[in-house]
Design a protein around this ligand. Structure first.
Ligand SMILES: Cc1cc2nc3c(=O)[nH]c(=O)nc-3n(C[C@H](O)[C@H](O)[C@H](O)COP(=O)(O)OP(=O)(O)OC[C@H]3O[C@@H](n4cnc5c(N)ncnc54)[C@H](O)[C@@H]3O)c2cc1C
Length: 342
């Protein structure tokens, strides 16, 4: 069986790995435009740290994601997971009380450490102390994309997929003269341009982020205050991100940088230098659930999208569901199936 995947962000990579594991001959075509995966912090976080609640289906997604990335590490002979804790800074005493209550919840108990940490004096501003999120970490997405692209070799093409060149009049669709049993569109926020799936209610949420250098900040934890500060190694940190529901482009703005730096300065007591400032659009959906499924008329065309704000954690299990739906005819859960918008 021969399949073509359009897109090589977290969705495309997870799906390619699952299809390849079933002996499917996989080819990938992806443009070199900035993607959400390319600017993501890669935080694997099954908790909602604003409200101390569990993310949807959190332990199932998280357990499978860790297993999947560990297997890919072995297969691609590289390390992608950095098992860093997340330190959630309390801004009021009542937040510390809410944390203690939340640690009893069955879907949060594996992650929220009950004992509270004392005030931090240096180099992070945390006078009320913080709580630790354990059994989480950071996925090095850049390294994952680079290694996976290398692994695919000539099965990976850097090019824009031209919808007009897809011939659907044949039994097997042909793209540029090559026949495929199935095509999977994993295009992230660019889904809106897709002639077959572009009508799906993908909203898109722009996020800006900074890369800073800060020699005095340890690399041992992800800090969560008004922004996330995420260690990338060698004194470099990811800082972000903003949420903008109006703009839908990858252009960083002066105002975005100003607001991120303002929040960063509330957290950091030491100097830093700005290294980079980037933006991307998260593929968020109107009902905050993924978009998986098959076209109503063209049964060999499929969509795998809507990974939203937590693609790192969700992509692997969703890719398993998608591949089983197409290869085995297994039903997709209603919550993720595009049929809910039929
Ligand atoms: C600032 C920011 C921070 C984030 N932080 C986190 C985080 O810490 N943890 C987390 O889990 N998630 C995070 N996310 C969300 C996460 O990045 C997304 O859920 C995930 O990357 C979406 O992956 P995707 O593959 O669906 O889309 P993308 O990564 O956008 O990939 C789309 C792919 O499709 C290709 N493509 C599109 N159209 C075409 C075409 N016509 N022809 C060829 N190729 C095409 C693109 O080139 C790209 O390869 C963050 C997002 C942003 C913007």
């Amino acid at each position: 069986m021969r399949c073509l995947i359009v897109g090589s962000g977290l969705a495309g990579i997870s799906l390619a790995a699952h299809l390849s594991a079933r002996q499917v001959d996989v080819e990938v075509i992806a443009s070199d435009q900035p993607s959400a995966s390319g600017v993501s912090a890669g935080i694997l976080n099954p908790t909602v740290l604003k409200r101390y609640t569990a993310a949807w289906n959190n332990t199932a997604f998280m357990d499978y994601a860790l297993l999947f990335y560990r297997q890919l590490e072995v297969q691609l002979k590289a390390t992608f997971i950095d098992p860093l804790p997340i330190h959630r800074i309390f801004s009021t005493p009542s937040e510390a009380n809410e944390w203690t209550v939340a640690t009893d919840h069955p879907s949060l108990a594996p992650y929220l450490e009950p004992s509270l940490q004392q005030a931090v004096l240096f180099p992070i501003h945390a006078p009320m102390g913080y709580g630790q999120v354990l059994n989480v970490g950071r996925l090095n997405i850049k390294s994952l994309i680079d290694h996976h692209t290398q692994f695919l070799g000539n099965k990976h093409r850097v090019a824009h997929f031209d919808y007009d060149q897809l011939n659907l009049s044949l039994e097997r669709p042909e793209y540029q003269g090559v026949g495929y049993d199935h095509l999977f569109f994993c295009e992230g926020a660019q889904l809106k341009n897709n002639p077959w799936f572009g009508q799906l209610p993908l909203v898109g949420t722009k996020g800006e982020m900074l890369v800073i250098r800060c020699a005095e900040l340890p690399q041992t934890a992800i800090w969560k205050g008004p922004v996330f500060i995420v260690p990338l190694g060698e004194g470099i940190f990811w800082v972000g991100a903003s949420f903008d529901w109006e703009e839908k482009n990858n252009v960083p703005t002066d105002n975005g940088r100003f607001l991120l730096e303002k929040k960063l300065k509330q957290m950091l007591k030491v100097p830093y230098t700005l290294v980079d400032h980037l933006a991307g659009v998260r593929p968020t959906v109107i009902d905050r659930r993924p978009l998986l499924g098959t076209h109503s008329t063209h049964k060999r065309l499929h969509v795998f999208n809507g990974l939203g704000t937590r693609g790192g954690m969700m992509a692997p299990l969703l890719a398993q569901w998608m591949s089983r739906a197409v290869l085995d005819g297994a039903p997709l859960p209603n919550e993720v199936s595009i049929d809910r918008f039929a």
